[in-house]
Structures are given as C-alpha cells and as structure tokens.
Design a protein around this ligand. Structure first.
Ligand code: SAM
Length: 208
C-alpha cells in the first residue's frame, strides 16, 4: 500500500486522527500558561474552516498564520487549497512548534513572537503576502499595538489581502479606523468550545 502524501494527511485525516492527542497537548499548555495559550482546546472544524474561507488560494504568495497552536486552522487552510510550502507558522510555544514541524514538514515553522511578525517577514523576504490568519490572544496588548500589527502585516501583502482574526467576543478586538481599513465580522459560530466569530480586515483602497 502506498503511503498517503503528507498533504493528504492534512486534508482528510486531521480531525479524525490528530485531535485526541492535540487536545491533551493543548490542555497541558493551557494549564502551564493560560494567558498565552488562550484556549483550553484547539479550534473546532467550523471555526477553523470559517477562518480559512477568508483566504483566496488563487492569490499568490505566503500565508502567515499567527498562533497556529497544534495546527487546526493550518489543516483547514490546506483543505482550502493552500500548498503547505506557502505556509509560515509563527508560534510561541516550543511543544506546539515541534508538533507542527512533524505534522507539516513542508511548512515553515518559526518559533517566536507573532508580534514581531512584520520584522520576521521583512528579514526573511517572505512578502508580498497572500493573507494573514490569526488566533492570537490580543487583549494582553494595548489597542495601539494590536492595530500596529494589523497595519504592518497588511502593508506587507498584495493589495487588498485579508488579515483574518478569531475572537470569542462580539466586538472587534482590533480598533477599526475606517479612514484606513475595512472590517467585517462573520456570524457567531456556536459549534465551538466557546462560541467565536471571525473578523476580516483589509487596507482601504486609498492605502493600498
Ligand atoms: C487560542 S490559541 C489558537 C491555536 C490554534 N490556532 C487553534 O485555533 O487551535 C492561541 C495560540 O497562540 C499562541 N500564541 C500566543 N501568544 C503568542 C505570541 N505572542 N506569538 C506567537 N504565538 C502566540 C499560543 O501558544 C496558542 O498556540
């Protein structure tokens, strides 16, 4: 029997095969560092797919994922048609990084602070980006720092690319300045451990 391609594992088997151990790894990380980990369990498939749905696989370039955890959203991005070698995964937690490297050897896993993502992207010449997808906990940072991350990442992208953010709160976790950006929210996704929604931000056309 031939071994399935790595991307095939990501596409079809992630939610069936990977979740029980991921849940354990995630819960352990949350017990050790609840504020950084920000969730007791990985995002469920509906939330992960809602985040990935905002990414257009036809736009060329790298897709940066901030706070990929154990790769639930990564799997949804692959399912959406993003090739693994386009994925840049920036994650703080070393255990999650090792797991991601094993699971997605063709993706680029960067162990580091996602708030330094703009300088990482510039230093490694990864732009212009096709999309940024984030599950980062943002409320530990000032509104200015959150908005700076968003604007700096969007500026590194092709015109009109999305910065997609998951949140458990109805209000935008990033201050919206309508003179420089657009923002829209999904409906609330109830079938997740904690109901969540997806905010999508883009630079206004006069800023591209
Ligand atoms: C809410 S979890 C989401 C994990 C995964 N994306 C999911 O949906 O299942 C937040 C993730 O962000 C990571 N994280 C938190 N702060 C970070 C930072 N400053 N830089 C990089 N990763 C960070 C955590 O380790 C955790 O993996």
């Amino acid at each position: 029997m031939t071994k399935p391609a790595e991307s095939e594992f990501s596409r079809s088997n992630y939610y069936k095969q990977a979740q029980p151990s991921d849940e354990f790894v995630f819960l352990r990380a949350w017990l050790r560092a609840p504020l950084f980990t920000a969730a007791m369990l990985p995002s469920g498939p509906l939330l992960s797919r809602a985040l990935a749905a905002e990414v257009d696989p036809k736009i060329p370039g790298a897709v940066v994922e901030l706070g990929p955890g154990t790769g639930s959203v990564t799997a949804a991005l692959v399912e959406r048609g993003i090739a693994l070698d386009r994925l840049i995964l920036i994650e703080f937690n070393p255990d999650f990084c090792r797991l991601l490297e094993r699971r997605y050897p063709a993706a680029r896993v960067i162990e580091g602070d996602a708030f330094a993502a703009p300088s990482i992207v510039e230093k490694l010449k990864l732009g212009p980006l096709a999309a940024v997808v984030s599950c980062l906990p943002l409320y530990g940072k000032t509104p200015e720092v959150r908005q700076r991350l968003l604007l700096d990442m969007l500026t590194l992208g092709a015109p009109g690319i999305p910065f997609v953010q998951a949140t458990n709160f109805p209000r935008s976790p990033i201050p919206i300045d309508a003179s420089i950006m657009t923002a829209s929210a999904s409906k609330r996704i109830w079938r997740n451990l904690f109901p969540a929604l997806v905010w999508t931000y883009r630079l206004a056309s006069n800023r591209r």
